[in-house]
Design a protein around this ligand. Structure first.
Ligand SMILES: Cc1cc2nc3c(=O)[nH]c(=O)nc-3n(C[C@H](O)[C@H](O)[C@H](O)COP(=O)(O)OP(=O)(O)OC[C@H]3O[C@@H](n4cnc5c(N)ncnc54)[C@H](O)[C@@H]3O)c2cc1C
Ligand code: FES
Length: 516
């Protein structure tokens, strides 16, 4: 990531610019009252919004316009230019919107507008319950209030921690470069200020769909008129000798990340089991803490299943250059307090073992409640389950995707947030299909990979550019169809690929990642 968000560039928009300086459907970066402001011409209107993404500060002037929205080039958040609302995660908060005055051939940016307040939706359910205080649950609750929902709103989270920036748990926070204060998604008073009854450490133990009530651990019952299930996923645990030793840890929650950090303080050597995203991000973070790191996985290359052997080999090299050692094509046979024995017979010293071998969706409640399940909670295009009024979002939901409507279940942070928002809109009667190209990003030292689309069963990965130069596009194809596009160092290509995937524009997609 780059950019100097602290520095104001471009004209002083409060002083004004000539109308001719803003092209039809063009954008112009300037500033007003000490803030970076993006001016956008849409048809006959000129709109002014904050130019800095509310997620991690991405430069929206380098983003993409689509209809009345702008998308951030860094992690593809999307904002409504008329209201500032973050309509797609990972951004949580709205952009500032400014008054625009026009006359005498000049455009001037005026005062910041008050935050848009949506009118209460007519015919909304009297009470809504959200089970799960993670990406999807948090986003759904916040959306309901932003969209004017005025009824009772309960959010139950089994974790003791409030909703946190989960992707950070394996990245900067685990590496020791982000303080814990950065992790909560919301301010301390957000939930109370928005009349959201957030109950933490509150596990829902049962769900009565016909009677429209849920039961908490401990027996308390809560009635609801509409419900969102957003229980996420649980890490798959190792089995076998020593798998339950106290220095063998998985990583899903803030408590998990804290436990790894606590053990890492006295540890010298870590073995990471699993060479996909969480395992490899944990490996990078533990290297940053100065531990010796060995990675054990059955794969031939890290990430190969998702990203292909070429990108896998490149990322392996990136990790090896930082001192990570790989033991591939094998698994863990046994763990002792200070060593790990591999299936190939090798033995690695380890005073910390981090297990990242995948997750299983947390389906227990949905199954027991009799909802239709197919390796996930089956939902329709509006994210409604087989029970009317009961919605599901995030890692547990299997939804119809793409032209063919094949059901997929996706485990990405921003997708869960976006599903939470769309489920919330549908719960209050704003019929909105979930029709977005999945997006995730992953960070390995100074390499950020962006990935749009969903490629189960691709047969070709066309690489354009240079992986070594960290300037590449990789298009995952099946036959003549482009299923997904990954980029390194090409943020704008990633956004354009997202737009092309969502428009079904295969001609544009064919231009990405031609083999050279
Ligand atoms: C360490 C880590 C790093 C990641 N990095 C990335 C990344 O870089 N990019 C990316 O796209 N994705 C990343 N992911 C994946 C991403 O975090 C998930 O896809 C996302 O959190 C899913 O959101 P969710 O709302 O479905 O579930 P979660 O965020 O897991 O939330 C589920 C919540 O439900 C609660 N819950 C479960 N059962 C119950 C119950 N019975 N009663 C009450 N509450 C319950 C849980 O306590 C939890 O709070 C990462 C995941 C991890 C663990
Ligand atoms: S900085 Fe804009 S989406 Fe992350």
């Amino acid at each position: 990531m780059g950019g100097d968000q602290g520095k104001l560039t471009g004209p002083d928009l409060a002083a004004g610019i000539d109308e001719g300086a803003l092209a039809p459907d063009g954008t112009l970066l300037g500033h007003a009252a000490g803030e970076a402001v993006l001016l956008v011409r849409r048809g006959g209107d000129v709109l002014a919004v904050g130019a800095t993404c509310t997620h991690y500060g991405g430069p929206l002037a380098e983003g993409a316009l689509e209809g009345d929205t702008v998308r951030c080039p860094w992690h593809h958040a999307c904002f409504d230019l008329r209201t500032g609302t973050a309509v797609r995660g990972p951004a949580l908060n709205a952009l500032a919107c400014y008054d625009v005055a026009r006359g005498g051939g000049r455009i001037r940016v005026g005062a910041r507008k008050p935050d848009a307040k949506a009118p209460a939706p007519a015919g909304a359910p009297r009470s809504i319950a959200v089970i799960g205080a993670g990406a999807a649950g948090d986003s759904a609750a916040a959306t309901l209030r932003r969209e004017g929902y005025a009824g009772d709103l309960h959010v139950f989270g089994a974790d003791a921690a409030p909703p946190v920036d989960r992707p950070n748990l394996s990245k900067d926070y685990l590496a020791g470069t982000a303080p814990e204060e950065w992790l909560p998604l919301r301010s301390e008073t957000f939930f109370a200020d928005n009349r959201i009854e957030l109950q933490l450490g509150a596990r829902v133990a049962g769900l009565d769909v016909a009677g429209r009530k849920l039961k908490l651990d401990g027996g308390r019952e809560v009635a609801w008129d509409a419900l969102l299930l957003a229980t996420g996923a649980e890490p798959v645990r190792l089995t076998g000798p020593g798998a339950d030793l106290p220095h063998v840890l998985t990583l899903r929650t803030l408590a998990d990340s804290r436990a790894i950090i606590a053990k890492a303080k006295d540890a010298k050597r870590a073995v990471v089991v699993g060479a996909s995203f969480i395992g490899m991000e944990a490996a990078a973070s533990l290297r940053a803490r100065g531990l010796e790191v060995d990675v054990v996985a059955p794969d031939a290359q890290p990430f190969a299943k998702v990203l292909g052997p070429e990108v896998g080999a490149f990322l392996r090299g990136v990790h090896e250059a930082k001192g990570v050692r790989f033991h591939l094509g094998q698994t863990v046979a046994a763990i002792e307090p200070r060593a790990v024995t591999l299936s190939g017979g090798g033995r690695l010293e380890a005073d910390l073992v981090v297990v990242g071998i995948g997750v299983r969706p947390a389906l227990g409640l949905a199954e027991a409640a009799g909802l239709t399940i197919d390796r996930g909670v089956v939902v329709d295009a509006h994210l409604q389950t087989s029970a009317p009024g009961v919605f599901a979002a995030g890692d547990i939901a299997r939804y119809p995707y793409g032209k063919a409507g094949t059901r997929v279940r996706i485990e990405h942070w921003a997708v869960a947030q976006r599903m939470g928002r769309v489920a919330a809109l549908n719960m209050i009667g704003r019929r909105t299909p979930f029709a977005q190209a999945p997006f995730f990003w992953s960070v390995h030292y100074d390499v950020q990979l962006n990935y749009v689309g969903h490629a189960e069963g691709w047969d070709r990965a066309d690489v354009h550019g240079s992986l070594d130069a960290r300037d590449a596009t990789i298009a995952y194809r099946r036959g003549a169809e482009t299923l997904a596009v990954a980029t390194i160092g090409r943020d704008r290509v990633s956004l354009d690929a997202e737009l092309a995937l969502e428009r079904g524009d295969e001609a544009a997609l064919q231009a990405f990642g031609r083999t050279i």
